[in-house]
Design a binder for this molecule. Structure first.
Ligand SMILES: Nc1ncnc2c1ncn2[C@@H]1O[C@H](COP(=O)(O)OP(=O)(O)O)[C@@H](O)[C@H]1O
Ligand SMILES: [Mg+2]
Length: 285
């Protein structure tokens, strides 16, 4: 693993993976990630959004990235997925330094990291059928050129997310419910056989009962196909049953991390305490 020079340095003391995993190589290592947006007005204001973010994720692990709105969670997800550039730091996937790769090599690695977005309606083109939408990543990533084989893979992916292919393949996104659309988003992510899925607030457009259904489906599929999740959410309550570990982000810095139940039941940082108190207050209404 020649590219992993920086990896040893980035193990956080409070961020140790469980003992079973200690001899395994991390799936994802994010090391000192920095990002600043420069606003374009008369006064060129500089807003540091990520101020040296470091964490790792083991194969098969589900890690929750929690924090208030505007903390920088989506920026982290977009940088890992290659949708945005960083100003500093490194991202290693299975020891390979993604941010220093040439464009062609980066495209080859891109299939290993898929994203599920908050709003499936916005992220799915309204002019494409469900069959075309689920097949699209195979076409973009040049993973399957045979139309017949692509159709078979789409049918399998739809079956996996409990959408009967014969019923859904020819429909358009507006002919689906929010929960069904989000399942299409999941099928699109899984069809590339990724190692990591970054799910950015995937349930926030859904009703409470559908939220838990989607998380349950994500968990089952993650286990079946050995996929890890970085689950981005402002709602710490959703992480209790879904995440092995939590990372708490406050204004571009990680302020706490650890096993989910430890963080929720015994939060150490004032910011984490305030997230949990806000949640308890909401539950009273
Ligand atoms: N493209 C952009 N240009 C300028 N500022 C941005 C851009 N994207 C995000 N930001 C700012 O960066 C901060 C973090 O955003 P984001 O990563 O979306 O936070 P979160 O997902 O935690 O709500 C916010 O203050 C947001 O306004
Ligand atoms: Mg966000």
């Amino acid at each position: 693993m020649s590219e992993s020079i920086g990896v040893e340095k980035v193990e956080l003391k409070h961020d140790q993976p469980d003992r079973d995993n200690q001899n395994q190589e991390a799936l994802l290592v994010v090391n000192g990630l920095k990002k600043t947006y420069r606003s374009s007005g008369f006064r060129k204001q500089v807003d540091p959004v990520l101020q040296g973010v470091t964490f790792s994720l083991m194969p098969g692990e589900t890690v929750g990235l929690v924090g208030a709105s505007g903390a920088g969670k989506s920026t982290i997800g977009r940088i890992i997925a290659g949708l945005e550039n960083a100003d500093g730091g490194q991202v290693f996937l299975e020891g390979k330094d993604l941010l220093s790769m040439k464009a062609k090599e980066r495209r080859l690695s891109a299939k290993s990291i898929q994203m599920v977005f908050q709003d499936p309606y916005e992220s799915l083109s309204s002019l494409m059928t469900i069959e075309q939408l689920v097949a699209e990543p195979l076409v973009i990533q040049k993973l399957e050129s045979d139309r017949f084989k692509r159709k078979k893979l789409v049918q399998k992916a739809l079956n996996d997310v409990a959408l009967a292919p014969e019923k859904y393949m020819n429909r358009y996104p507006h002919q689906l419910s929010g929960g069904e659309r989000q399942r299409v988003g999941l099928a699109r992510a899984f069809i590339c056989q990724p190692r990591l899925i970054i799910a950015d607030e995937p349930t926030s457009m859904l009703d409470t009962s559908l939220r838990l259904d989607l998380l349950q489906l994500m968990r089952e599929m993650g286990r079946r196909y050995g996929v890890s999740y970085l689950f981005v959410t402002h709602d710490i309550a959703l992480t209790r049953s879904f995440c092995d570990r939590l990372i708490v982000l406050d204004r571009g810095k990680i302020v706490e991390s650890g096993c989910t139940s430890d963080v929720i039941d015994h939060p150490a940082h004032p910011f984490t305490k305030s997230l949990i108190e806000a949640l308890l207050e909401l539950e009273h209404y």
